[in-house]
Design a protein around this ligand. Structure first.
Ligand SMILES: [Zn+2]
Length: 329
């Protein structure tokens, strides 16, 4: 098992042991009580720390996509209506995930819905917070670890710079995991969308099936199916583990973006552990709700509580303005 996956499993044990604390939105770790700097000073420090770092490990989570307009997963809001309107009206869904977990009598309708979901993310442009982050990382040695399945990072970076440990909408797996194979979902999704047209169901013959057992396929994602944690999954963890082991003695910045309270074990707590244990590491989190900085990290870290899209846009502006400023003679 790779180094980072091992860390996640250890963190998962903490989560299980203290699940009531987490369920209440808390953390069992003692947090810093130091008052936060004013936000403009925090943003200035964010820019300085990125500049000063030899390398950056970005941890991109749901808040990052939500900040960029991918906020249709958990609620029936304007963007959900925009992409899923016909299903919202017919089935009264409360966000995109609601449709993936409820019972569908008609599999052709279910796949009409699922194809719409996958098509929405696969065809979405790279959203502004990702572009702002990309500008901040210009010229930097960095790697991206993400729990997002929406392929935003992969639209920006080559596969070897991104580890997608919760899956990726571009791939199908067998719904009962009869095989370790994953395969392309992009073309089948396009075909389903074309065949569906203005309707809400796909033809029976287009329902994606496992080439080995003939049962239905399923997106290769954790969260609402039977996530295949086979070769492909291990390879994602190996990428981030390799990068970390090659960079562990450098001045490394752990940059956590938009981690919610449901899954602290994938990015947040491993980042805390690594910052504490690597000699030259520092940690910055940006989060729209939670001011979670462990007391043990208060001299080596910072939590910025604010709108992620705005923080990254402001940081980019400051970064680019200060990059262009003429140097004193
Ligand atoms: Zn199968």
């Amino acid at each position: 098992m790779s180094f980072y996956e091992n860390l996640v499993i250890e963190t998962q044990e903490t989560y299980t042991r203290y699940h009531q604390v987490y369920a209440a939105g808390g953390t069992p770790y003692e947090l810093s009580t130091r008052p936060a700097l004013p936000q403009d000073e925090q943003i200035s420090r964010l820019v300085q720390e990125i500049r000063a770092a030899d390398c950056v490990l970005v941890g991109g989570a749901s808040g990052l996509s939500a900040a960029g307009g991918g906020d249709f997963y958990y609620e029936d809001n304007a963007s959900f209506r925009r992409y899923f309107g016909k299903f919202a009206e017919k089935y009264h869904l409360k966000g995109a995930f609601d449709g993936t977990t409820r019972h569908w009598d008609d599999r052709r309708e279910f796949w009409g819905y699922l194809a719409t979901f996958l098509h929405t993310t696969l065809t979405a442009p790279v959203r502004p917070p990702y572009l702002d982050l990309d500008a901040l990382l210009a010229g930097k040695d960095f790697f991206v670890l993400t729990t997002n399945q929406d392929t935003q990072f992969i639209k920006l970076y080559p596969e070897d710079k991104v580890a997608e440990i919760q899956g990726d909408h571009r791939f199908f797996q067998c719904s009962v995991c009869c095989t370790d194979d994953t395969w392309d979902a992009v073309r089948p999704v396009e075909n389903m969308i074309t065949a569906m047209g203005e309707g809400t169901s796909v033809p029976e013959k287009l329902i994606p099936r496992c080439p080995h057992c003939g049962r239905e396929a399923f997106p290769w994602v954790r969260g609402y199916g039977n996530f295949l944690t086979g070769t492909k999954y291990e390879a994602e963890y190996e990428k981030v583990s390799r990068w970390l082991l090659a960079h562990k003695d450098k001045k490394i910045l752990f940059l956590e973006l938009g981690v919610g309270r449901l899954t602290p074990m994938f990015i947040q707590e491993p980042f805390w552990y690594l910052t504490l244990n690597l000699p030259r590491a520092s940690y910055i989190a940006v989060n729209n709700r939670y001011n979670f900085l462990p007391k043990a990290l208060e001299d080596r870290g910072m939590a910025i509580v604010g709108d992620l899209a705005r923080v990254l846009a402001d940081a980019r502006r400051l970064f680019e303005d200060s990059s262009q400023a003429p140097r004193a003679a």
